[in-house]
Write a protein that binds this ligand. Structure first.
Ligand code: RTP
Ligand code: MG
Length: 148
């Protein structure tokens, strides 16, 4: 089973989209293995997005992502990393297909509602940054045998 880090960004929380987003993930067949709402610290946000630290939008990205509560999750399942990227859709909502979270629920690049790790290395790094291993549950889903 693969794990990935997913966040409902502050705009998604403010727009009351948490239930909608978690529901899409659960219905797909991916397992919510950990979930928490908190305001991300500036230090955590800078570490989380450090690959973008030299980009012109870095400052506004950090202030946005720390501007209010966000929902952090560890999502688990076969191919969870690629599947979550597909569920979220393209970074820019202009390019995000209908049926994806960003395609259905967002209109602006800087307010694109969700985040998901983009590769196994970033998933491992981001999960370790935002969660203790003891916070991640290994419970079976009732429908596991039908999903797999
Ligand atoms: P995320 O990390 O948030 O899941 O998004 P992503 O992988 O699809 O896109 P990424 O390239 O990692 O960019 C991170 C976030 O920075 C904002 N961004 N703004 N103005 C710009 O050119 C620009 N490029 C990226 C977006 O909000 C993006 O989600
Ligand atoms: Mg990214």
């Amino acid at each position: 089973m693969e794990r990935t880090y997913v966040m409902v960004k502050p705009d998604g929380v403010q727009r009351c989209l948490v239930g909608e987003i978690v529901s899409r993930i659960e219905k797909k067949g991916l397992k919510v293995a950990a979930l928490r709402m908190n305001v991300m610290t500036e230090a955590a946000a800078k570490e989380h997005y450090k690959e973008h630290s030299e980009r012109p939008f870095f400052g506004s990205l950090i202030s946005f992502v720390t501007s209010g509560p966000s929902v952090s999750m560890v999502i688990e399942g076969n191919n969870a990393i690629k599947i979550m990227r597909a569920i979220n859709g393209a970074t820019n909502p202009i390019d995000a297909l209908p049926g994806t979270i960003r395609g259905d629920l967002a209109v602006d690049m800087g307010r694109n509602v969700v985040h998901a790790s983009d590769a196994p290395e970033s998933a491992e790094r981001e999960i370790a940054l935002h969660f203790e291993e003891s916070e991640i549950s290994g419970y079976p889903r009732a429908d596991d045998e039908w999903l797999y």
